[in-house]
Design a protein around this ligand. Structure first.
Ligand code: T46
Length: 141
């Protein structure tokens, strides 16, 4: 689940590019919610939480955004620097998101509605969930 994928870009020199992805085809879940983050100062960090049970896909239609994923054992860094890159993130992944360019926009499509009870916002609590095997092998990086 946790990986970077590149989607198609339909380009013509006269009119520019179009990219698209489809639920249950290009991404492995149905979408219930879309949100986006913008006007974030450069080098500011957002995220710093994990989800108990949520799948998400992140993409950056404009700008450069760095995403650090952490499953409590390993960390991986991804750069969203092109509108046709998608980052899939499943449950049990601590994420930190850094704005690297002024005006960058982060878009997210999620498998469920907003529910604050699904968030783990304390890193030590997250590590305890990992230690207890809450996600078993589902949060591999
Ligand atoms: C994630 C990263 C990449 C809502 O009311 N509804 C929503 O759908 C969302 C996403 C947030 N909120 C509220 C909750 C907070 O009071 O908006 C406020 C800011 O949310 P948060 O601090 O969680 O924002 P980020 O940018 O740190 O995290 C967000 C998502 O919450 C999270 O799921 O993976 O983007």
């Amino acid at each position: 689940m946790n990986k970077l994928i590149k989607i198609k870009k339909i380009y013509t020199p006269e009119t520019g590019s179009l990219s698209f992805f489809e639920a249950k085809k290009d991404i492995p879940f149905e979408i219930k919610r879309i949100y986006y983050t913008y006007d974030v100062p450069v080098d500011i960090k957002r995220g710093m939480h994990a989800h108990k049970d949520l799948d998400q896909v992140l993409w950056c239609p404009y700008g450069i955004i760095e995403v650090v994923l952490d499953n409590g054992e390993n960390k991986k860094t991804y750069l969203l620097d092109s509108p046709n890159k998608l980052l899939l993130i499943g449950s049990g992944i601590w994420r930190e998101v850094y704005w690297k360019k002024k005006g960058s926009v982060l878009c997210v499509a999620a498998s469920d509605y907003y529910n604050e009870d699904d968030y783990i916002r304390n890193y030590d609590t997250f590590l305890n969930y990992v230690k207890e095997g809450y996600w078993k092998d589902e949060n591999k990086l």
